[in-house]
Design a protein around this ligand. Structure first.
Ligand SMILES: [Mn+2]
Length: 333
């Protein structure tokens, strides 16, 4: 039995925790873990806790798996298993349950680590992979896995690797193992097809229309603001050609900053959006921030103008360029 399951077998009520707005990687990981724990440790009772709503990209996967998720934390929880979630600050209800009851928790994740959450965990499996599902498969590969669990893991890998653009060597290898064991690739692709939400389309177009463009001698940055779908807007801007895009949502309190960069920008500059931008901003503006090197976000208690100044300061510092060499492009002519 994998070490993780040996550890969990000491508990009766296990609650798997998804991050808010759970994406297919999170759902796929949670589902495969739940089915595997249920069959390996028959005495356990496993609940999947999914706070707030789930990502629209997860809807078809959830229908296919007929997965049941709870919006409440079962009070009898003996242990938490956080999947695809790096920090307890992302799940405040779980954090306060742990603080009040001393409930132990396991961390299974692939994001840039939040060291406080990692150091206080009873058991951690944190690796740099394109998806949490790859870690789940590595943990469960010697177990019997249902076809639905194999499909769920494949969907998560395809989604979070951005269809094998991120760490393709590893993500394709694991996907091919899943397919050999019976996961259905066509079905997985089909489960990820979504009719784009009309408000998401509008957010992307408005985000593009409001974009301010900045240049350094080597790089192009895009900056915009929208009231929703910031991640999708930021990715649309890097797809349009920005090496790095920031999207601010100041319709919420605290305001939310989302960043996306292109792989070649990260590879050449080493600028890690989670470590070098979101974490320092979160510290400075008493918020929370994290993510991956090329995809990260933060909630920040500040104003847009103060934030912009600090973003450019940090960029200049991390890219070793003069602050004055970041210049705005006039888009009106
Ligand atoms: Mn993930």
């Amino acid at each position: 039995m994998p070490e993780l399951l040996v550890y969990l077998s000491a508990f009766r009520h296990i609650t798997i925790v998804c991050h808010p707005n759970a994406d297919p990687d999170c759902i796929g990981s949670a589902y495969a873990l739940q089915t595997s724990i249920n069959s390996t440790i028959p005495t356990s009772k496993v609940t999947i806790y999914a706070p707030d709503s789930v990502n629209t990209a997860s809807h078809r996967l959830i229908n296919y798996l007929k997965i049941e998720m709870s919006q409440e934390i079962p009070p009898e929880t003996d242990v938490f298993l956080l999947v695809d979630t790096s920090s307890l600050d992302q799940v405040p209800a779980v954090k306060s349950h742990i603080l009040n009851n001393g409930t132990p928790y396991v961390l299974l994740d692939h994001h840039f680590p939040d060291y406080q959450t990692m150091n206080n965990a009873a058991f951690t499996i944190v690796r740099e992979t394109s998806s949490a599902c790859e870690i789940v498969y590595e943990v469960l590969k010697k177990q019997t896995l249902t076809t639905a669990a194999l499909d769920a893991l494949l969907v998560g890998i395809i989604y979070d690797s951005r269809r094998f653009l991120i760490r393709p060597g590893q993500s394709i290898k694991v996907a091919s193992k899943l397919i050999k064991r019976g996961a259905k690739a066509e079905l997985a692709i089909d489960l990820l097809s979504t009719d784009q939400d009309p408000s998401e389309k509008m957010a992307k177009l408005k985000g593009a229309a409001r974009t301010r463009i900045f240049r350094t001698p080597s790089w192009t940055f895009a900056l915009t603001h929208v009231g929703a779908f910031e991640a999708s807007v930021a990715r649309a801007l890097t797809d349009l050609g920005a090496d790095l895009a920031f999207v601010i949502n100041d319709s919420t309190e605290p305001i939310r900053l989302t960043g996306r960069s292109q792989d070649h920008f990260y590879n050449q500059t080493g600028l890690n959006l989670a470590r070098d931008i979101m974490k320092p901003l979160a510290e400075e503006f008493s918020g929370q921030g994290g993510g991956h090197p090329t995809a990260a976000s933060a909630n920040l208690k500040t104003s847009t103008s103060k934030l912009l100044t600090r973003i450019f300061d940090l960029l200049a510092e991390k890219l070793h360029i003069q602050r004055g060499s970041i210049v705005e492009i006039d888009t009106k002519k």
